[in-house]
Write a protein that binds this ligand. Structure first.
Ligand SMILES: Cc1cc2nc3c(=O)[nH]c(=O)nc-3n(C[C@H](O)[C@H](O)[C@H](O)COP(=O)(O)OP(=O)(O)OC[C@H]3O[C@@H](n4cnc5c(N)ncnc54)[C@H](O)[C@@H]3O)c2cc1C
Length: 473
């Protein structure tokens, strides 16, 4: 019998779920109708690539990691292999702001700890006592803590300098989070495994590096750690949409409520009601919570526990000759202790070639996050002025940019606080009790692009096995 599936939310998670459903439908020759409801006038969610005055601009995410395979796999299945591009090889380094000056992160430094002895010993980023303290990681006995914050873990194993000057700004940039409450187990469990297995983060990093080098040699791996597409991340979004059944993606369809009638669902939008045998919700949890209130108040309650941080990105385009800094890297991160409005700045057209016309540079500056929510209370003009003033002093710029765009991301980044995995487990267990309903998205088991692809695809597979009895829930 023909089944009807409704996906709520047309960001990457919803689109990945839709694409996996179409793949399974074709593979198993199933009779179904797919509807994807997106509240805004554009699919892709926070992924948003535009072109302006000859520049290719990412207003949101700009690349994905390949150590988690799901985004790369999906790209290959969509026939996008020839569109993939890596970051510029000769310039793969980043800087940290220290006393208002940019200091290169030591080569091989891996989020929290060094991966190369010589560059670690030579770096001016850490004091000698800071370096000795970091090396104590090799002898400090391991501890087993159920759910520890990033700050507590790094201070305990590697000391205050490693935390203040590297871990806090690097992780802050990725998660826009407060590291004092960010759960290490929910975000970077690999460091916990390193402590468990090797008794040391540094030994764990060395061992992982050796393993990666061997795998690369053996497999002839040719992808860089971070990838995008020649025409930006919208390539992935556009390719998924192209593969969806005609008419299945419905824009400007804000879902207001979901009701359950017997085994079926009614998805209520501003414009009407969509009946469904199965529903996948991929909205932020503060929206999912409202949608679920009538069906399962306990689930709604757990969804409400996940908090979000807001941020903004200023894209500004300068003439290269107007920037004094040599720009020999992909950008810089800013420790909280620098009292700067910036979280980080990425040299977008250095990281990916051909993004700006010859002689121009695209900068992407990040502000806000859990540690500086107040900046987002300012007007666009005031945020822009603050960022420009800071960029001018750090990079030696004396003129206004050729143009700039401020993009806000209100409540876009879920905060994986201590206890996050317990909350997610409770949510998943409640969802298991509701056959025909699935959830997916950035809020649960990973915030990156590959995680969201995986989350959407897993939700699709689970729903298909429920609806077509290939597996029981
Ligand atoms: C500023 C920023 C930069 C990032 N940079 C990177 C990066 O460089 N690399 C990386 O790997 N990851 C990055 N991420 C994370 C990455 O963007 C996410 O993993 C992923 O894109 C999130 O997809 P999603 O579909 O779960 O959520 P979203 O993109 O938020 O999509 C949710 C969708 O649901 C829709 N919606 C909401 N309410 C309703 C409703 N009531 N009815 C219907 N639809 C609704 C929204 O309009 C939206 O389209 C970044 C995140 C942010 C916020």
């Amino acid at each position: 019998m023909r089944k009807r599936i409704v996906i709520v939310g047309g960001g990457l998670s919803g689109l990945s779920a839709a694409h996996r459903i179409v793949e399974l439908q074709k593979e198993k020759n199933l009779d179904l109708e797919l509807i994807l409801l997106e509240a805004s006038q554009r699919a892709g969610g926070v992924i948003h690539t535009i072109e302006k005055e000859g520049c290719l601009i990412e207003l949101g995410p700009d690349s994905f990691i390949t150590t988690k395979p799901w985004a790369l796999d999906l790209s290959k299945r969509l026939g996008l292999t020839s569109e993939l591009i890596g970051t510029e090889e000769g310039k793969r380094r980043s800087f940290v702001l220290r006393n208002q000056r940019l200091v290169a992160l030591p080569e091989g430094f891996h989020m929290l700890a060094p991966g190369s002895v010589m560059s670690f010993l030579k770096t001016p980023l850490f004091s000698w006592s800071g370096k000795v303290r970091m090396l104590m990681d090799l002898v400090i006995p391991k501890k087993s803590i159920k759910d520890e914050s990033l700050a507590s873990f790094v201070r305990r194993r590697l000391g205050n300098e490693a935390f203040d000057r590297a871990a806090q700004p690097m992780v802050g940039g990725v998660y826009t989070a407060d590291p004092e409450t960010l759960s290490l187990r929910a975000t970077m469990p690999q460091f916990i495994h390193m402590e468990e297995k090797y008794g040391s983060v540094i030994r764990g990093i060395y061992s992982a590096q050796r393993k990666n080098a061997k795998e690369k040699r053996d497999s002839g791996a040719r992808y860089s750690m971070f990838l995008s597409f020649k025409n930006g991340l919208r390539t992935l979004i556009d390719a998924i949409i192209e593969n969806l059944p005609e008419g299945s993606l419905k824009l400007n369809q804000k879902v207001k409520r979901i009701e359950r009638t017997g085994e079926d669902f009614q998805v209520i939008t501003r414009n009407g009601v969509e009946k469904a045998d199965g529903v996948i919700i991929t909205t932020p949890t503060y929206i999912a919570q409202k949608l679920m209130e009538g069906i399962d108040p306990a689930l709604a309650q757990d969804l409400s526990k996940i908090e979000y941080a807001s941020s903004a990105i200023l894209v500004s385009v300068y003439k290269r000759e107007d920037i004094v800094d040599k720009m020999e890297g992909f950008g810089f991160v800013v420790p909280d202790s620098e009292n700067s409005p910036l979280l980080a700045c990425s040299y977008s057209s250095v990281k990916f070639a051909w993004r700006a016309p010859e002689g121009q540079i695209i900068l992407r500056s990040f502000v806000g996050g859990a540690l500086d929510p107040d900046i987002l209370e300012l007007s666009d003009t005031d945020i822009t002025k603050k960022i420009e003033k800071e960029l001018h002093s750090i990079l030696g710029i004396t003129v206004r940019p050729l143009f700039s765009i401020l993009q806000r991301y209100p409540r876009a980044m879920p905060q994986y606080k201590i206890g996050h995995l317990d909350t997610v487990e409770r949510i998943e267990n409640r969802v298991k009790e509701l056959p025909g309903l699935e959830i997916a998205g950035i809020a649960y088991r990973g915030v990156g692009i590959p995680d969201c692809v995986h989350s959407g695809e897993m939700a699709a597979e689970s729903l298909m096995s429920t609806l077509y009895n290939t597996n029981s829930k």
